[in-house]
Design a binder for this molecule. Structure first.
Ligand code: ATP
Ligand code: MG
Length: 779
């Protein structure tokens, strides 16, 4: 029902009106129809009953005498007359005992009469009533019970059956007719209403159509104004409204176009500005990351805002995510409590400051950081955080230290060199004077030993001076030779392996493609010897001694080792796992006479000499050490592109046992060690402790001796004199002169007298063999 109503509501107003009026008419008509029919039926029924009673009463009057006289014959005539009437179905007269006294019924109804049940209840009631009706609608039959009485005595009843079928037929026809007429009327009315409402509502519909057009955005639509009533007014106002809307629309379109143009312009501007801003940002960011200084920006609350790539580099942080978390940064990165505390303090105070701090990268590695702090200013120049400018100055400081040391050693070298030079000259006077004195006092048994003491002391002083000089100038004048450091190390390694304790593991990592060097082999061997002895001393409980070689090309000297010119270098490292050195010791180890060893053990000149030698080759020596972790000495020597000339290196095994050598030296230890070494090489050895002995021995065994190894500085008779005497007897006899130190004048004198072969002390056994072989080949 509800749905139906809703559907109707959606119909046009005219239809709604029609439906409404239709319904009203239908209801009205139905009521009228029912009323008319009821009234009509009632009217017919009343008339029918009236007639039936009249007939029944007439019959009762006629029947009374017949009953009284039991003369039914006379009655039959009357009954037949009655039943002649078409609608009378039957008629019957009952006596006082309710028995049929007489009856009549036309043909089709005679049987019916038998069927009529005499209703005993009605018959009982009729005795008291004026009359009674009983309807049998199924058969359209009306029965009338009319009592027959006189003076209150009941004599019987007239029973009349009346068929009212025809009346019903008429009633039905009337009903149909009125229904048809009624429906037609309704339709007519509906049609009329529809027409009328359509004509009345046409302007409204037009308005509706107009509204629809407007809603679609069509403002060119206009309503026809044909009427002058309210609808006409409405139409004209509607048109006005549309016209105004149209003008608004036009204006709005203009404005929209303008706005669009403007926004496009603005967008372009914004795009340009954004691009510029991004470019600036990228540039700034690039600069920020490329600044070779660590930058860290922290907010007031201690949170990290920014940091650059260099900071990651400086702090050696592998895991960058740590940097994002301020707590982790504090915890993990700034392991050093002092550093962390300092950073916090500065952040809290928001002050500009500069400080240096040692930063622990790990348990073994520390870096020196220079930190500059600056408040980060926000709006109103209020500090909103801190900028930390962090620079790793470890290398810088180290270089500074190295430079300082170099300068110090350089000036110390100059001083020592100067002194040693003058000292040498003095010694050059003392020594010959003492020797002359000794010759003069040859017979004085008491004074000669005293002069010899002077001689010995002077020799020692000369040795010392020579060492100082090799620190100062790297003792020039030795034989320059092209060789490969690897070969030298291999020989040295075998040698030192025999000497040192077994608990020291000696290893070598040698670069097979190592470039050659050009140097005095003996000096380089001396370097190896000094460094190795120091390393061995540093490992009293054993350890590892490692020799490493490597090629190194310095392109930009500034960045690596400022003391070295760009070029190709051979790098030699001597590494030990010994006791290491403290910073204080480390700073002074190259100083002459600096020693941390016991007095008898070290002179403190070992490293000074190494330093002097290395510098004299325009090389460089560096050292790093950690107390308890060992030391690493690194030497850089200029490489040469020249090839190794001869293979004298192998002369050691060349012709063993062939030569007989007279060794003349006042140092007994030297003689005996030489003897043992040379004997193992199958040389035969004669020994003499001074020149005099040598001359005597030579005279005795002249044909058993092939070559003489002659020390220059000796008591009793020095090498110069002994050689002179020998050459007097056997001119050009092969003699090799060796000396740790001898006054230059003496060398000059020797050369003048024909000496060609010199071997500087201390020498390597290989060099000795080498020079002996060469001397003998030349002679
Ligand atoms: N490998 C090393 N490990 C620990 N300390 C060392 C090492 N090398 C040198 N040193 C220290 O440096 C000091 C100086 O060494 P240097 O070789 O100049 O003199 P020395 O060894 O004491 O005496 P000398 O070499 O004249 O016998 C040593 O006393 C020692 O304290
Ligand atoms: Mg030493």
């Amino acid at each position: 029902m509800k749905r139906l109503i809703n559907r109707v509501r959606r119909l046009p107003i005219a239809s709604q009106l029609t439906v409404l009026i239709g319904i009203v008419l239908l209801v009205l008509f139905s009521v009228i129809l029912v009323t008319v029919q009821t009234f009509y039926t009632h009217l017919i029924q009343t008339q029918m009953e009236l007639r039936a009673r009249q007939i029944a009463e007439n019959l009762a009057n006629v029947a009374l005498p017949a009953l009284l006289h039991s003369d039914e014959i006379s009655l039959y005539q009357n009954l037949a007359r009655v039943t002649d009437q078409s609608d009378i179905v039957f008629v019957s007269v009952l006596n006082g005992d309710d028995k049929v006294f007489a009856w009549s019924a036309p043909q089709p109804y005679d049987t019916l009469l038998n069927l009529v049940n005499l209703n005993p209840t009605l018959l009982r009631q009729v005795r008291q009533a004026d009359y009674l009706f009983e309807y049998f609608p199924t058969r359209a039959l009306l029965e009338v019970y009319q009592p027959i009485r006189t003076n209150g005595t009941y004599w019987g009843t007239v029973l009349l059956g009346l068929n009212y079928q025809h009346i019903e037929q008429v009633a039905r026809q009337v009903r149909w007719l009125s229904l048809t007429v009624g429906i037609l009327l309704i339709l007519l009315v509906i049609w009329g209403v529809q027409k009328v409402s359509e004509s009345v509502l046409a302007p409204v519909q037009q308005l509706v159509a107009g509204t629809e057009q407007v809603s679609k955005g069509n403002f060119d639509f206009r309503l026809k104004v044909e009427r002058e009533d309210e609808l006409g007014f409405l139409a004209s106002k509607f048109n006005e409204m549309i016209a105004r809307l149209k003008s608004y629309q036009t204006r709005q379109e203009e404005l929209t176009a303008q706005l669009h143009e403007y926004s496009e312009h603005l967008e372009e501007k914004v795009r340009l500005a954004t691009r510029q801003l991004r470019q600036i940002q990228e540039e700034v960011l690039q600069i920020f990351h490329q600044i070779p200084i660590g930058l860290l920006v922290v907010t007031e609350g201690g949170e990290i805002r920014w940091f650059n790539d260099e900071l990651v580099e400086v702090l050696k942080i592998k895991d960058r995510s740590r940097l994002k978390n301020a707590n982790l940064l504090a915890e993990k990165v700034f392991l050093d409590g002092k550093f962390q505390g300092k950073l916090r303090e500065v952040t809290r105070a928001k002050i500009e400051s500069t400080f240096r701090i040692e930063f622990k990268l790990s348990s073994v590695s520390t870096r020196l950081l220079e930190v500059r702090t600056q408040p980060l200013l926000g709006e109103n120049s209020q500090a909103v955080g801190m900028i930390f400018i962090i620079k790793d100055v470890t290398r810088e400081t180290e270089l500074e230290r190295q430079l300082n040391r170099t300068q110090r050693l350089e000036s110390m070298g100059k001083l020592a060199g100067g002194i040693a030079h003058d000292f040498n000259n003095i010694l050059a006077i003392i020594l010959p004077t003492a020797q002359m004195l000794k010759m003069r006092l040859a017979s004085d048994a008491e004074l000669v030993p005293m002069v010899e003491t002077i001689e010995k002391a002077t020799s020692k002083a000369a040795d010392l001076t020579s060492q100082i000089l090799s620190f100062a100038r790297g003792s020039k004048g030795g034989k320059m030779e092209v060789f490969n450091l690897n070969d030298l190390i291999r020989e040295f390694q075998t040698m030192i392996g025999r000497v040192v304790n077994k608990n020291i593991d000696i290893r070598a990592q040698l670069d097979e493609n190592l470039w050659n060097v050009e140097a005095d082999r003996t000096q380089i061997e001396q370097i190896l010897m000094n460094l190795s002895m120091n390393a061995v001393d540093a490992m009293p409980n054993g350890g590892t001694l490692l020799y490493r070689t490597e090629n190194l090309e310095l392109v930009d000297a500034e960045s690596m080792i400022p003391q070295l010119k760009p070029g190709r270098y051979v790098k030699l490292e001597v590494v030990d796992t010994g006791i290491g050195m403290s910073k204080e010791i480390l700073d002074r180890i190259f100083d002459p006479f600096f020693t941390a060893k016991k007095k008898e053990k070290g002179t403190g000149l070992g490293l000074s000499m190494v330093y002097g030698i290395v510098r004299s080759y325009r090389g460089y020596i560096d050292v790093s050490s950690q107390p308890g972790h060992g030391s690493r000495f690194t030497i850089y020597l200029p490489a040469t592109s020249r090839k190794i000339q001869n293979s004298n290196g192998h002369a050691l095994q060349a012709q063993p046992g062939k030569w007989r050598i007279l060794v003349v030296d006042d140092e007994e230890m030297l003689r005996s060690s030489l003897k043992s070494m040379l004997s193992t090489l199958k040389y035969r050895i004669f020994e003499a402790s001074n020149g005099q002995e040598a001359v005597q021995l030579f005279q005795k065994h002249r044909h058993e001796i092939d070559v003489i190894l002659m020390d220059i500085q000796m008591p009793v008779m020095d090498g110069l004199e002994a050689a002179t005497r020998i050459w007097e007897e056997a001119p050009d006899f092969p003699i090799v002169f060796s000396s740790g130190y001898a006054p230059p004048a003496k060398f000059e004198e020797l050369r003048r007298r024909g000496a060609k072969n010199f071997l500087k002390k201390p020498y390597q056994i290989k060099d000795l063999v080498d020079i002996i072989e060469r001397t003998l080949q030349a002679s």
